[in-house]
Design a protein around this ligand. Structure first.
Ligand SMILES: Cc1cc2nc3c(=O)[nH]c(=O)nc-3n(C[C@H](O)[C@H](O)[C@H](O)COP(=O)(O)OP(=O)(O)OC[C@H]3O[C@@H](n4cnc5c(N)ncnc54)[C@H](O)[C@@H]3O)c2cc1C
Length: 440
């Protein structure tokens, strides 16, 4: 995002857990701050030093430790890139239960540490469910070996859960045991163009009802976001006639075990949608080849990148009730307009897209430059809006350094106090990713 900059002079790239442990012990004894770094694709500045902390990159820890194709349990070093795990699992007919646009760079340890949601959460649930065990180097250098491959283990506190989404503030994840899913034998997708946002919810109900167990993604893209993706060359643009009059789009993916069965369901859904009076959709573009399947996904997956290419993006990754998605986008735009900031040399676009199935909206405000004026117009405005709808200020990207001040909008005082006590228990010297999640 080019938004956060530290002054670190040193990056260490350990090759194994023992080396991580030795470095951390050394740092703890000398009170040297540490920033664990995975693929550095995080969007809230969590992997960037604030001052001159030592950066520990996990990029050299890329061994796959074991895979059992009967249970589907994969154990891997934290530095494995998500895409390489997917490539490893493909010949074994399995997939990682997690997929996101940054898969070519992000690491499984980073995914766990941010509790990344992504495009498959609707189908496979969150990492709090699919991660079975972790190996973690604690802030004093102790190796906590919880790398279990058990699906069921009710022996007291489930310690691994604390590190999932801790953003490197409680320790360094060095190994991950995760339940891979059977690879679907048939996947398909369709981009639906909707005349109005009001149709998104009824459409979601209908799609769930008709596709049921084969529905694997339901992604929302508003018209401005779609136009920016196309402008910056993400995926192949739909035909003019398909996008004409569309206020927003929904990308639906199916994954199942029998192609004919799934195609029949998807075709019937499309027919029913087109024939309904009034129709919920203008049109639907069904992928007819693997290339088109990839191209439709590329539009969705390329949105983050296209925002960065268009300008400086203020990113709000929020959970709000589904029926409030559009209201949040429109209210934010109106607010910036009333402040006189909706102009080419200030805020160029206010767009929204996200994982409808998870109630997760990515509100992006794309500006010519990051300025204090825009920031003070947006914050706490956006956070107050989220709090009003009893939402979350961070649905999946985390708190990092970007949102520490805003934590009270989503966590009450007692919860924050308990978080501080946990942090102190694990890291009494405050060396582990200082200033992230909790303010210094
Ligand atoms: C194009 C694009 C699309 C994205 N889509 C999604 C999406 O759909 N869903 C989503 O949730 N996020 C998404 N993200 C955000 C980001 O990719 C995720 O947060 C990802 O999980 C971060 O992984 P990483 O390895 O890059 O971690 P980094 O960015 O390196 O680090 C993220 C945080 O985790 C900590 N950390 C990293 N590795 C470790 C470790 N081994 N042990 C302890 N702490 C560690 C860091 O200190 C930091 O606080 C997207 C980002 C981009 C650029």
């Amino acid at each position: 995002m080019n938004k956060y900059h530290g002054r670190s002079t040193t990056v260490l790239r350990p090759r194994n857990t023992k080396e991580v442990s030795e470095i951390v012990k050394h740092c703890n004894e000398r009170r040297i701050g540490i920033v664990p770094q995975g693929g550095n694709t995080g969007l809230v500045g969590g992997s960037v030093p604030i001052k001159d902390e030592l950066v520990i990159s996990l990029g050299n820890m890329t061994n796959i430790r074991s895979f059992d194709d009967a249970s589907g349990i994969l154990v891997a070093d934290a530095g494995c890139i998500l895409q390489s795990l997917s490539d490893y699992l493909a010949p074994h007919d399995h997939i990682v239960p997690l997929d996101l646009g940054a898969k070519g760079s992000c690491q499984i340890g980073g995914n766990v540490s941010t509790n990344a949601g992504g495009l498959r959460l609707l189908r496979y649930g969150s990492l709090h469910g699919s991660v079975l065990g972790l190996e973690v180097v604690l802030p004093d250098g102790t190796i906590l070996d919880q790398l279990t491959t058990l699906r069921k283990d009710n022996t007291g506190y489930d310690l691994k859960q604390l590190f999932i989404g801790a953003e490197g503030t409680l320790g360094i994840v060095t190994g991950v045991s995760i339940l891979a899913a059977s690879a679907p034998q048939a996947s398909n997708n369709v981009m639906l163009a909707l005349p109005t946002f009001d149709n998104v919810l009824p459409l979601y109900r209908e799609v769930k009802r008709q596709l049921s167990e084969i529905l694997s993604a339901f992604e929302f893209i508003d018209r401005r976001a779609y136009d920016l993706a196309v402008k910056h060359g993400q995926g192949r643009a739909l035909n003019e006639s398909d996008v004409e009059g569309a206020e927003c789009f929904v990308l639906v993916e199916t994954s199942g075990s029998k192609r004919e069965h799934d195609e029949e369901k998807l075709n019937t859904l499309l027919e029913n949608l087109m024939e309904a009076e009034p129709s919920l959709i203008n049109t639907g573009v069904l992928a007819s080849s693997p290339a088109q399947f990839a191209s439709l996904w590329a539009i969705r997956e390329g949105l983050t990148e296209s925002m960065s290419k268009e300008g400086k993006a203020y990113k709000y990754d929020i959970s709000v009730p589904l029926h409030k998605f559009k209201e949040v986008i429109d209210t934010t735009r109106d607010h910036l307009q009333s402040k006189g900031l909706m102009r080419d040399d200030a805020v160029k676009h206010v767009v929204g897209y996200g994982h409808v199935g998870d109630g997760n909206l990515h509100l992006n405000v794309v500006a010519d430059a990051y300025t204090p004026e825009i920031e003070s117009a947006l914050e706490p405005f956006v956070y107050e809006l989220v709090a009003k709808y009893k939402g979350s200020i961070s649905a999946e990207h985390g708190i990092g350094v970007m949102k520490t001040h805003a934590l009270p909008y989503s966590k009450n005082a007692v919860s924050i106090e308990v978080m501080k006590r946990i942090k102190h228990l694990f890291d009494p010297n405050g060396i582990m990713n200082p200033g992230k999640v909790l303010e210094l």
